[in-house]
Design a protein around this ligand. Structure first.
Ligand SMILES: [Zn+2]
Length: 106
């Protein structure tokens, strides 16, 4: 049986993006104030509080190009936050109906 391992994006990549490094489209992240209450940070997997400074960027979860390596928009806390690492989804995930999970192996 496969065990669930839930992780935020790697800390070194989050730090690079916060420092102005390029996103999946080769552009620096946009800096915005969070609007609404359902903007999950992809590093700590917590919901970003409305009004907090947020990075919006394009993310591709795989290093190399291949058919499943699509890119999409994500949010990050603009300030440092701890990387999520658990065998469970964050509690707020239960409120998403429906929800879609995409898994990858490393
Ligand atoms: Zn965060």
């Amino acid at each position: 049986m496969t065990r669930l391992a839930v992780r935020g994006i790697p800390t070194e990549r989050a730090e690079r993006l916060r420092g102005g490094g390029p996103d999946a489209n080769g552009q620096p992240a946009l800096r915005r104030r969070a609007q609404g209450t359902m903007n999950p940070c992809r590093h700590c997997l917590q919901l970003i509080r409305e009004g907090d400074e947020t990075l919006v960027l394009s993310w591709r979860p795989f290093d190399g190009l291949q058919p499943y390596a699509e890119a999409g928009p994500i949010f990050l806390h603009a300030q440092d936050c701890p990387r999520y690492a658990s065998d469970r989804l964050p509690p707020w995930f239960a409120h998403l109906q429906p929800a879609l999970l995409r898994a990858g192996g490393r």
